[in-house]
Design a protein around this ligand. Structure first.
Ligand SMILES: Cc1cc2nc3c(=O)[nH]c(=O)nc-3n(C[C@H](O)[C@H](O)[C@H](O)COP(=O)(O)OP(=O)(O)OC[C@H]3O[C@@H](n4cnc5c(N)ncnc54)[C@H](O)[C@@H]3O)c2cc1C
Ligand code: FES
Ligand code: FES
Length: 1323
């Protein structure tokens, strides 16, 4: 067969015109124009592309198998004979036939920017269908989204929406919410239970596919051939015909696709082995378990559960434990056991268990003459090298089942940066056979041992020497101590070892061994120091939201209107830039980026690139018609590098081709000669050593700090480092530029927060008037500050290309390019000295901060200034001196990110509090209360605090969260448990909103009423997921007095509202809301002139019609400039925000001290949002922002090559540039109990309808988890005899937490305990 036949959303497709290199996602989006499935990462790690594949299995139960998969990894050719269901196949907002999964996610605030939402819908639908007619349990739901990421919501509402389907929802004990203003996860879910009695709609399986009989396939493409044999003989024959590199076997394609995409490895022929019966078998015989190489991990898991009895030597349980957090549902649904073995990744989590279980592989020769068996341990030769001849195929794996009178134990362990979908940093399989040597003393002797590890060498390694030395020894703690020494000797790891974290990895090996020892002792009924070491069961998560009553005078403002685009999000009908239809003649661009930092471009060779079919042009600085130098905050930047590339990722040029694929190939073929310059400065320390800064030191000062140090009873000092953070918006940067000869007009479609700034810069670069350029932004799939100024460089480059070629050009950055070039949150070094009294009253603070600005200034100075303003958080320091410096380095320019310098300053300030508390041996909450600002106090920049709610917030929150009692409970828990520790922390926040830069505090709006009564509102803000448009619609409806359904916001556009400020700083609702209100008030006043005594009840539609007939102007422009604010001036120590958003969080955590793994047990947040414009949207902002803060302070770590550490990466190159290496919080990180309340009776006369901006402040509260974790470490350290204060740098990753828990294991790898805590990391 040389064509494919399959169904998509019930429609048959027979296509003989296929390129085997197409992924299913590419085909859906580009050929079928089904753009609901999104490209978020292209490497199977975000779930935005999730679709459902159904296939007829038949058999007695007439089975149809349903699997969710990552369409970005699946070859199109693999879906032959399948039914592909995309989000569009479930229902459409247009046709009002939404599936329940879509409705509930929309109704329960499961979407914000909406970019992840189609993937969430499909994962939920997959969970609902995978059990056929059975509903999933709550536990199933908790695990259903392990392959999906969301950067906006914080996950809780998605879980709530999904739990409405849980079969056991009504069986779970829960407390009904006590007040009408409190709503809990359970309340919401239960309200749907009745509806669950109705059958869940399933997309009908096409009857024709029930008769599908797989046939051999050969698809001939222009560069790759695809074969799908259907028998082992046919497969062996094909492999015989095309041995070695002439062909590549593929099963799930989850490794092959990554190799092809990221390492540009090309194979002329792909042979799919998915339909070979012999590879699918799983069976148990008397003395072995046999696993076919083509068994997917999902099937394997199901089968292992069946086989998990007392007769498998613990193998099934050991493998099941490893599968619990193995990849994701979507990957497990397609990836094969054989693929994992042959890929031979040194960090495979599966192979150590198989090696420990003594697995043997069964390999068949391609010429069908011989079967070879080889022990798995001998199979691995080195990094991704195996002992398999070109002509061999892995058919199955044999696990021997040992029958003996000895005791036999097998266990597996894994620790990753994150629990969901994260490869192990170290994984291990341990096996021992013990025989009883002394019945009376219950002593056991080691008969044999097998210890195998992933992540400890360039291959899965077995500690053969250690194993041998253990034979005959007693199973005691002394033997384990000796084993630790032996293992460390046998697995030395060197500093070039990929991934770094050497000490941590060497500590984990021992921790796992100790866990295994404890497990075996427990099985032998020997006493344990602490049974909590054995396992941890994570309970089902749930939430609660408490919302004050809506003001009675308001109809729409203050009500929880769902996000206006929620249904478009859940149906995939919401259009983002890359979803827009192609205009005739559109070209595709790929950026040509510097691969060296600080390097002069000597020569550019485009010869090879220009030969790629479809190549159109290479564009660089010579093609810029206007200025290659930009202005504004980017005044030190060029559109294209003209001479020296300052960093890896600097834009040297753009390749433009007829197709996206050609552009990518051609851009990789551009050859550039560099001359390396020096010194290359990469870190804050490098910059300090070379005095490499942007501008002079900035200073803010109040009182006499030097004198306070002289007078004080105590002083303390320390230095902390805080790492950067990647924005990780789910939609990567993208743009379309359309040039026109008609009056030199240029139209740009963008995913930016700064439409006006791009308009102005495009005009400058193209040498045109600003009025010739129009920028349109429909919606943005998350931004968080990363789409302010860092949208400029690539948009300008594409504009130059479009004008040069005079055709539309589009660009969508791939995830790894986006992360590598568009900048991050600034890393900081912060040095402090604090003076205080015996009671803990602060007297003075001297603080010095350096941030890593990267290679150009961008917003780095402003970020530093905001840090300086936020240093004191909610505390009064009578004397304070703050100095800040922006370091100039050769990494991509760092930029704005939610919180804009506040989060770093706040961490430093709260660290000071903790340090003082630890020194005085007082509770840190007491120190916080003691130093809290009071109403009317003045900040260090001269602002008087009015409507100061933090004291009230602390009172209410400590009471509602039962903070004091829970502190005691935590202490008790820590006394009772050795290897699990808890911490609880209460952290307040005060975050400045508006003010500071006078000119940014203005906004415009334009409101049109049409004759049918429908209304279009346009304003100066961009919808990035924060619900801005929904809030604006409610304001317009409130003022106009019409129904909200009459009002639409189509887009943000520079030809409707000019000179917009960037959307950000939590101030967009305040400014744009006032402008919308102003416009609507004018309209309402005009309409009111028509209302007379006899028509007071006139309908909106009739009123508008009458207005038209009487020739009233039905269009109004609104404008707002925040009154009574001024530009800040640090030389005069003067600055003022418009107001402060305030709040606090209580966070309790539980830490596994042996690994650094931890859970958020409970989070209580109380936020003062004034009188909320939309409580559900604000709760969503609070939860999402808080979880982003959790990522910042505990999990997300940027690592790049530098001169002193991370020698395994090229200097200046970012290692963590994809979903595989950079981990944001996922579903399993959600607080188990997540309670959010909005402060009641809080007014804010300085903003619209007395509300407050909320986008950024809760992020800072994520630091409460940092301090709770630090407390947990402290509890363990005290138990180990270390009662001194210790420094913890941010993020508190699993590595840093483990290493902070100094004990016998860490000391073996790091004898000097202070050595375990240096600020290792990229700052
Ligand atoms: C997002 C993501 C998360 C992941 N998480 C984890 C994780 O947590 N832990 C972990 O250990 N791994 C993880 N992996 C790796 C994953 O397990 C492997 O990619 C997968 O098991 C490979 O199986 P496959 O069927 O897709 O192989 P393919 O990609 O189809 O093939 C892989 C290799 O095996 C060869 N091959 C396959 N079958 C045979 C055969 N029968 N005989 C000879 N050669 C064969 C192929 O030619 C190819 O060289 C992850 C991968 C991704 C993409
Ligand atoms: S795009 Fe497929 S998983 Fe991210
Ligand atoms: S709503 Fe999930 S990423 Fe934006």
């Amino acid at each position: 067969m040389n064509c494919l036949s399959f169904y998509v959303n019930g429609k048959e497709i027979i296509d003989g015109n296929i390129e085997p290199e197409w992924t299913l996602l590419w085909y859906l989006r580009n050929k079928l124009r089904l753009t609901g499935s999104k490209l978020g990462c292209g490497e199977g790690g975000c779930g935005a592309c999730t679709v459902l594949i159904s296939r007829y299995i038949g058999g007695e139960s007439d089975e149809i198998e349903h699997r969710t998969i990552n369409a970005c990894l699946a070859p199109l050719c693999s879906v032959d004979g399948c039914h592909v269901i995309t989000v569009e196949g479930l229902g459409s907002a247009d046709k009002s036939n939404l599936h329940k999964a879509q409705t509930r996610l929309a109704e329960l605030s499961g979407s914000q920017c909406g970019f992840c939402t189609p993937g969430m819908v499909m994962s939920l639908y997959g969970t609902l269908t995978s059990k056929n007619d059975l509903l999933p349990t709550m536990q199933d739901i908790e695990e259903a989204f392990d392959g999906n990421l969301c950067r906006c919501t914080g996950y809780r509402p998605i879980l709530d929406a999904a739990k409405t389907f849980a079969s056991d929802i009504d069986k779970i004990h829960y407390e009904k919410s006590s007040s009408s203003t409190t709503s809990t996860t359970m309340d919401k879910c239960l309200s749907y239970v009745q509806k669950n009695s109705l059958k869940i709609d399933q997309v009908e399986f096409p009857s024709k596919l029930r008769n599908y009989i797989p046939q051999s396939i050969h698809i001939k493409g222009s560069s790759i051939d695809w074969y799908r044999p259907i028998s082992l003989n046919e497969l062996l024959h094909l492999r015989h015909t095309y041995p070695g590199d002439q062909s590549k076997l593929v099963f799930g394609n989850t490794t092959v696709q990554i190799e092809r995409k990221f390492q540009q490895i090309n194979y002329p022929r792909l042979i799919a082995i998915t339909h070979i019966k012999e590879l699918q078998e799983i069976k148990r015989t008397k003395d072995s378990i046999y696993l076919g190489a083509g068994v997917t991990f999902t099937r394997l898991k199901a089968k292992l559960i069946e086989l998990n009895d007392n007769n498998n030597n613990g193998f099934c349980q050991a493998l099941l434990d490893q599968l619990k957090h193995f990849a994701s549902t979507q990957i497990r649904n397609v990836a094969s056991l054989g693929g994992n073995i042959i890929a031979a990744s040194p960090i495979s989590d599966i192979n150590p268990v198989l090696v420990a279980a003594d697995a043997t592989l069964e390999l068949h020769r391609a010429d069908n003459t011989k079967v070879r068996h080889i022990s798995l341990c001998d199979f691995f030769l080195g990094d991704r090298r195996v002992s398999m001849a070109d002509y061999e195929i892995l058919v199955g794996i044999h696990i021997p089942l040992v029958k003996s009178s000895n005791k036999y134990f097998l266990r597996s362990y894994k620790q990753a940066s994150r629990r969901d979908d994260s490869k192990g940093i170290v994984s291990a399989g341990f096996k021992v056979q013990l025989e009883q040597s002394n019945l009376v003393n219950d002593q056991w002797k080691i008969v044999s041992a097998c210890f195998s590890f992933g992540g400890m060498a360039s291959k899965t390694i077995q500690a053969i020497n250690t194993q041998q030395q253990l034979i005959g020894l007693s199973w005691t703690k002394e033997t384990i101590n000796k084993t630790c020494e032996l293992l460390l000797k046998e697995m030395p790891l060197d500093e070039l070892s990929l991934g770094g974290q050497l000490e941590y990895r060497r500590t984990l090996v021992q921790s796992f061994l100790f866990k295994f020892y404890s497990y075996v002792c427990n099985e032998l009924h020997q006493p344990l120091i602490d049974s909590s070491i054995l396992s941890y069961h994570r309970p089902i998560s749930h939430g609660q939201q408490t919302i004050p009553e809506q003001p009675q005078s308001q109809k729409f403002v203050g009500s929880s209107l769902p996000h206006r685009s929620a249904y478009l999000h859940t149906t995939g009908e919401a259009i983002y830039v890359d979803d827009m239809s192609f205009l005739f003649n559109t070209l595709h661009a790929a950026l040509v980026l510097s691969t060296k930092p600080n390097a002069r471009i000597k020569h550019i060779d485009i010869d090879d690139a220009s030969k790629v079919p479809g190549f159109v042009s290479f564009v660089n600085y010579l093609d810029v018609p206007g200025s290659n130098k930009t202005n504004g905050i980017l005044s030190d930047e060029e559109v294209f590098v003209s001479s020296v590339a300052l960093c890896i990722g600097a834009i040297i040029g753009v390749v433009v081709c007829e197709t996206e694929h050609a552009a990518q190939i051609a851009s990789n073929l551009i050859k550039i000669d560099y001359e390396l310059l020096s010194p290359t400065i990469l870190t804050i320390e490098d910059a300090i050593n070379h005095q490499s800064y942007f501008g002079d030191e900035i200073c803010l000062q109040k009182g006499d700090v030097e004198k306070s140090f002289v007078d004080a009873e105590h002083t303390l000092e320390d230095t902390i480092y805080i790492g950067g953070q990647e924005h990780f918006y789910m939609e990567t940067h993208s743009c379309i530029v359309i040039p026109s000869h008609d009056d030199k007009e240029i139209t740009l479609y963008l995913g930016t927060q700064s439409a006006s700034a791009i308009q102005e810069l495009t005009a400058l670069v193209l040498g045109r008037d600003v009025s010739h350029i129009t920028c349109h932004v429909k919606r943005v799939g998350g931004a968080f500050g990363g789409k302010e100024s860092r949208s400029f460089p690539y948009c300008l480059a594409i504009a130059v290309a479009a004008v040069k070629i005079n055709r539309p050009v589009r660009l969508n950055l791939e995830r790894h390019v986006d992360i590598s070039i568009t900048g991050h949150r600034h890393p900081y070094k912060i040095k402090y000295k604090v003076a205080f009294t015996n009671e803990g009253h602060f007297l003075g603070l001297d603080i010095q901060m350096w941030n890593n600005g990267g290679c150009t200034l961008d917003a780095s100075r402003a970020v530093m200034e905001l840090s300086m303003l936020h240093v004191g958080n909610t505390y009064q320091f009578p004397n304070i001196k703050i100095r800040g410096r922006v370091c100039k380095t050769h990494i991509p320019s760092n930029t704005a990110f939610r919180g804009f310098g506040g989060p770093q300053a706040m961490l430093a300030c709260e660290t000071v509090v903790e340090h003082v508390a630890a020194y005085l041996k007082r509770d840190s909450f007491t120190i916080r209360r003691l130093n809290l600002f009071k109403e009317g106090d003045t900040t260090h920049y001269g602002q008087i605090l009015e409507l100061w709610n933090v004291p009230r917030i602390l009172d209410e929150l400590s009471k509602s969260s039962d903070f004091i009692q829970r502190q005691t409970n935590v202490d008790e828990f820590n006394h009772q448990n050795t290897y699990r520790k808890r911490g609880i922390s209460l952290i307040p926040v005060k975050f400045g909103i508006g003010g500071l830069f006078k000119c940014f505090n203005q906004a415009g709006a334009l409101v049109h009423i049409y004759t049918d009564g429908s209304v279009i509102v346009t304003h100066g803000g961009v919808e990035v997921g924060q619900g801005l448009h929904t809030k604006m619609i409610s304001i317009a409806a409130e003022v106009l007095g019409c129904s909200i359904d009459k009002i639409r916001i189509s887009e943000t556009a520079t030809d409707k509202v000019p000179n917009m400020s960037a959307t950000g700083g939590s101030v967009s609702s305040d400014l744009n809301g006032m402008a919308v209100k102003h416009a609507c008030e004018q309209l309402r006043q005009r309409l009111d002139t028509l209302i007379v005594d006899n028509n007071v009840n006139i309908s909106w539609e009739d009123l508008v019609k009458q207005a038209y007939l009487t020739r009233l102007d039905l269009c109004a422009r609104g404008f707002y400039a925040t009154p009574n604010i001024f530009d800040y001036d640090f030389t005069k120590n003067q600055a003022a925000y418009n107001y402060f958003t305030q709040g606090a969080a209580v966070t309790e955590v539980e830490l596994d001290v042996l690994t650094g793994d931890w859970h958020l047990l409970r989070v209580d947040i109380l936020m003062d949002v004034g009188s909320s414009l939309n409580p559900q949207i604000d709760v969503g902002q609070i939860e999402g922002s808080f979880m982003q803060g959790i990522g910042l302070y505990t999990m997300e770590e940027l690592i790049w090559g530098d001169h002193t550490q991370n020698k395994w990466i090229q200097p200046g190159q970012l290692y963590t540039c994809g979903v595989d290496t950079y981990k944001i919080p996922s579903f399993n990180d959600v607080p188990i109990d997540f309670r959010v309340s909005l402060l009641s009776d809080s007014l804010n006369p300085r903003a619209i309808y007395s509300s407050k901006g909320i986008g950024e402040p809760p992020l800072l509260l994520g630091s409460s988890a940092f301090f709770a974790l630090k407390q947990a470490c402290m509890a363990y350290r005290e138990q180990q005899g270390l009662s001194d204060y210790f420094t913890l740098h941010s993020p508190a990753t699993v590595e840093r937490l483990r290493m902070a828990c100094t004990d016998e294991f860490t000391r073996r790898v790091c004898p000097d305990e202070y050595e375990t805590l240096p600020p290792r990391g990229s700052y």
